[in-house]
Design a protein around this ligand. Structure first.
Ligand SMILES: C[S@@+](CC[C@H](N)C(=O)[O-])C[C@H]1O[C@@H](n2cnc3c(N)ncnc32)[C@H](O)[C@@H]1O
Length: 481
């Protein structure tokens, strides 16, 4: 009768699984791709006495918005289309974040804190141009972890990290060059491998991704659509993407746990106040103000956005199609407050709009506004514009898998404050708030990121007793225009 072999200890099994996981993350194609990663992680969690490992993996990936009917691979293919070249390494890089969080990832090297901070802060702006693989490693050094084959023709992902597992990783997704005669800044236009997108770990897809021009073309090809960015008629097409915008922003960290709560906190007790929501979009702030007892009117230039606001707010909500560059269809002093949430940065000249907003406010009434923080708009532009000038900047939002071209206006801070005072407002508050602490557990890494960088700037302005230019523009009609 043969005796039973001596079994490995739990520590030995754990070490073996960690070693296998590191191999499978680096060469997912050789190891059997996503299923292997999931099973290895499930085994590791079992050894660590965590039950329901596969459920935990799915929940982790859902939290990152990186889950689909085909697992992480499916979610990644949708965002980084180029099957069999980019997808497996990119998929593995998402699992590597989980491995890093759990202390299982064994990097080949780590970056010191300062170097990593530089990389994390510069990577997205740097990716505004097409870059070769060689340029990536020239700029940022050899990766901490290389996901995918070392061959010079196969797609791969380069991951960078520090010794601190709390620091989200940064990834460079590399794929084969599309033969489109793109501009690169680099010396070697014949390098077959180019950067497709930079991904900031810890953030949910798609916000985590910044695409190069090559990456954007790839997405467009996959969607079988022409590149849209050159068509000004399509820029800021809120009618066209109203549903997708609403879906992406309804519960997002930036909108639901940062911008809206900040606006509501600045508004304070609004019960019984007559409020105009200028640029109300689909009406999430309108609804929140109304829930707090305010009497709210919404205006927006987009009929598509207003149609969704109508569904949200019901038939009796006063909603009007109004372009904020035009005179407002309200009587002087009709409102106690105007809220303008993330809309003023669509306007090149704030003067006429602010004058009209001042006119429809009663003396002592408030304008509460949020805009893109001028430092963000300045630092993401490459090359950097003249900070002191008003300049436009453009980029594409990825909404529900579709790229939509956007154009905004950036102003230096003093131009904003000058415009407010010229229109007859007194600045009562300039605020750079923190996100709602309730989001810390929901979006741990993105929360940390948003808590430590500029995103939006908030103002509370008080309407002085006499509107600027009121003598020049009398308004005798107390009714709607
Ligand atoms: C980023 S969305 C914000 C919507 C809403 N305030 C919110 O927080 O959900 C910007 C909104 O401004 C509107 N908008 C842009 N330019 C406008 C203009 N010139 N006049 C009126 N609305 C405008 C868009 O249609 C869109 O609904």
């Amino acid at each position: 009768m043969s005796s039973s072999p001596e079994l490995a200890t739990a520590e030995e099994i754990h070490a073996h699984l960690v070693e296998q996981l590191n191999g499978a993350l680096r060469r997912p194609g050789v190891w059997g791709n996503e299923l292997t990663l999931r099973l290895l992680i499930d085994h590791l969690l079992t050894v660590e006495r965590e039950p329901d490992g596969l459920d935990l993996v799915r929940q982790e990936m859902e939290r990152r918005n990186a889950w689909s009917a085909r697992g992480v691979t499916g979610a990644v293919i949708d965002r980084l289309p180029h099957p069999h070249v980019v997808d497996h390494p990119a998929m593995a890089s998402v699992y590597a974040e989980l491995a890093n969080d759990r202390g299982w990832l064994h990097p080949d090297r780590t970056l010191d804190a300062d170097r990593f901070t530089d990389l994390r802060e510069s990577a997205a702006a740097w990716a505004a141009y097409d870059r070769t693989l060689q340029e990536v490693t020239d700029a940022f050094g050899t990766p901490s972890v290389l996901f995918g084959p070392t061959s010079p023709v196969h797609g791969k992902t380069l991951g960078y990290l520090t010794d601190d597992p709390a620091e989200p990783m940064v990834f460079f997704h590399i794929g084969q060059r599309l033969d489109l005669g793109t501009e690169t800044t680099g010396s070697d236009d014949h390098d077959p491998l180019v950067l497709i997108a930079v991904r900031h770990g810890g953030m949910p897809l798609p916000d985590a991704l910044t695409y190069t021009p090559q990456g954007r073309r790839r997405l467009q090809q996959a969607a079988d659509k022409p590149v849209q960015t050159a068509d000004p008629a399509q820029v800021n097409d809120y009618d066209g993407f109203a549903e997708a915008y609403s879906a992406e922003t309804e519960n997002s960290l930036v909108n639901a746990y940062y911008e809206r709560p900040a606006m509501l906190a600045l508004a304070g007790d609004v019960a019984g106040r007559r409020i105009l929501d200028a640029g109300c979009g689909t009406g999430p702030l309108t609804a929140a103000l109304r829930d707090r007892g305010a009497d709210v009117t919404g205006i927006d230039a987009s009929t598509g956005m207003l149609a969704l606001a109508r569904q949200r707010l019901g038939d009796d909500a006063p909603l009007h199609v109004v372009d904020l560059r035009d005179p407002l269809p309200f009587a002087d002093g009709a409102f106690d407050d105007v809220v303008a949430s993330l809309v003023l940065h669509y306007l090149e000249d704030w003067g006429p709009t602010l004058t009209e907003i001042r006119r429809v406010l009663r003396p002592g009434g408030r304008l509460i506004a949020s805009v893109d923080h001028p430092f963000v708009a300045y630092t993401i532009s490459d090359p950097r514009p003249d900070y002191l000038a008003t300049t436009s900047y453009s980029f594409d939002w990825l909404l529900s898998g579709r790229l939509v071209p956007m154009k905004f206006w950036r102003k230096p801070l003093h131009t904003m404050t000058d415009a407010f005072t010229a229109a007859g407002f007194r600045i009562s508050t300039i605020s750079e708030p923190q996100p709602d602490p309730a989001a810390r557990d929901l979006f741990p890494d993105a929360f940390q990121d948003l808590s430590t960088r500029p995103a939006f700037l908030f103002f509370v302005l008080e309407a002085s007793s006499k509107a600027s230019g009121a003598d020049d523009q009398p308004n005798d009609d107390p009714g709607a225009k």
